[in-house]
Design a binder for this molecule. Sequence first.
Ligand code: FES
Length: 67
Amino acid sequence: MYCICSNRSFDDILSQQRADPLPLDEMITSYTSCTSGCGSCIKALLAEAEISGLDPIAVSKLSVQEA
Ligand code: FES
């Protein structure tokens, strides 16, 4: 998948997260332009991060905040 607003693929974003891990909310603000973009891909990006085993606790917290 691809984040149009960040002009980056999810693979690129998650590779950066693996190389230099941050809490997922900081990953979104630091490694993407989602917060200044449309935000439509954030849920899918967080789901892919969870599937990839990246910080599932932070994913759960962010999912609660989105509800
Ligand atoms: S497509 Fe990712 S924030 Fe807009």
